[in-house]
Design a protein around this ligand. Structure first.
Ligand code: ZN
Length: 108
């Protein structure tokens, strides 16, 4: 179980970015015309969420939304560590409370 907030997403961003683009050369060009090398340079001094979001898509630093209600994070990651075939869910606090209430009601 892991709590997923914007702060954790920002903290995990460098490793996630490296995993996605680390194998590509600086000359790699995105559809908007920017090069990977230029983005890497811009990211060197970007540590705050608003700085990172101005350089890359906001989704990189947003916590996953809730798989139960579709709402925005923060959420708790439950199940397997996420990968292509994992059984992982991200659930918000409201849905966790509803689930706990349902469990309590079921116990009678
Ligand atoms: Zn929810």
């Amino acid at each position: 179980m892991k709590v997923c907030t914007q702060e954790t997403a920002v903290a995990e961003f460098p490793a996630a970015w490296q995993a996605q683009y680390g194998h590509l050369p600086d000359s790699f060009r995105f559809s908007d015309g920017r090069t990977l090398g230029g983005i890497r340079e811009d990211l060197r001094s970007a540590t705050a969420a608003e700085h990172i979001a101005a350089i890359v898509h906001l989704s990189w630093i947003e916590p996953p939304g809730c798989d139960e209600c579709g709402g925005d994070g923060p959420t708790v990651q439950l199940g397997d560590e996420p990968d292509h075939e994992s059984n992982t869910a991200w659930i918000c606090g409201g849905c966790l409370r509803t689930a706990l209430d349902a469990l309590e009601a079921a116990r009678g």
